[in-house]
Design a protein around this ligand. Sequence first.
Ligand code: ZN
Ligand code: ZN
Length: 103
Amino acid sequence: MQFCAQCGSLLKSVAGTLQCSCGHRQDVSVYRIVERLERPAEIVVVDRQVNSLAVHEHACARCGFTKAEILSKGTIVTDEDEFFMYRCGKCGYTEKADGLKVT
Ligand SMILES: [Zn+2]
Ligand SMILES: [Zn+2]
């Protein structure tokens, strides 16, 4: 609650300002801005560069990052073995995972 600085009557909040029946207005936005500045939004630093699916141990040949995502290329030709690709979680470089069997 706030009271009019001129006549002392109780102010009514109208559209972001405090208005009095005497015609006096007080801006409340200044108070609200200060409140926001005192409580800055907490910034959670998330490394968006790293693929969250990259959980497999594999050293990238290009950037040296040690976690990679495994991509299945499936069986395009029926007599060809299914093979997998490592995709670097950092730079996205893909390498064929020779001999890797994921079941
Ligand atoms: Zn007033
Ligand atoms: Zn890489």
